[in-house]
Unconditional design. Structure first.
Lengths: 121, 112
């Protein structure tokens, strides 16, 4: 059974940084692509970033490009999202999700329970 | 970016009755590999989203067969043949044809 557990959420002031982690179990982590998606209060889902299984290919949404960095440590079965220069509108629940390249890197198969991030002065 | 538009944004359905949600994209989601890169996700209250349908019409493992996805190109539909109380939540379509992947606004399904 695939389990994804996000951590590292919390409160931060505008302009500060936070790092989210997503610990995976129940799958061969190094074989899967991984995504980050968020949902801001009162809004819908927003795709943020994807990283291929070996970390060689990375893509971002324009809203976070240059501020957020997706990375992974396959030896630790863990995905990361380094969030810099945080803004109030980054307040959201952040989800990690798997993508099986044998099917498609674009399909978000399994999701974590989410990590809440609040950016406020 | 590809814009994905859902309708309706909310619907209330009597248990046992069917329900349909429409999703339209600003560009064709049909890839040269023959697949439409359109997924459907459900976020139940208090839960994280879950994959229902991928490639427009393929049900994800464990998804009841009352959920059916159809359509191609720019017009897609999610149909629930007989709504159950556990189906309440927010339904999203998402295109994966181009980066950035984009979601529809979401459709809230409630039970009458």
């Amino acid at each position: 059974q695939v389990t994804l557990v996000e951590s590292g959420g919390g409160m931060a002031q505008p302009g500060r940084s936070l790092r989210l982690s997503c610990a995976a179990s129940g799958l061969d982590f190094r074989s899967y692509g991984m995504h980050w998606v968020r949902r801001a209060p009162g809004k819908g889902l927003e795709w943020l970033a994807v990283i291929w299984s070996d970390g060689t290919n990375i893509q971002y949404a324009d809203s976070v490009k240059g501020r957020f960095i997706i990375s992974r440590d396959n030896s630790k079965d863990t995905l990361y999202l380094q969030m810099n220069s945080l803004r109030v509108d980054d307040t959201a629940i952040y989800y990690c999700a798997t993508a099986d390249p044998a099917v498609s890197m674009r399909i978000l198969e399994k999701w974590g329970q989410g990590a809440r991030v609040t950016v406020s002065s | 970016d590809i814009v994905v538009t859902q309708s309706p944004l909310s619907l209330a359905v009597t248990p046992g009755e069917p329900a349909s949600i429409s999703c339209r994209s600003s560009q064709s989601l049909l890839h040269r590999d023959g697949y439409d890169y359109l997924d459907w996700y459900l976020q139940k209250p208090g839960q994280s989203p879950q994959l229902l349908i991928y490639f427009a019409s393929s049900r994800a493992p464990g998804v009841p067969d009352r959920f059916r996805g159809s359509g191609t190109g720019t017009d897609f539909t999610l149909t629930i043949s007989s709504v159950e109380a556990e189906d309440v939540g927010l339904y999203y379509c998402m295109q994966g044809r181009q980066t950035p992947q984009t979601f529809g606004q979401g459709t809230k399904l409630e039970i009458k």
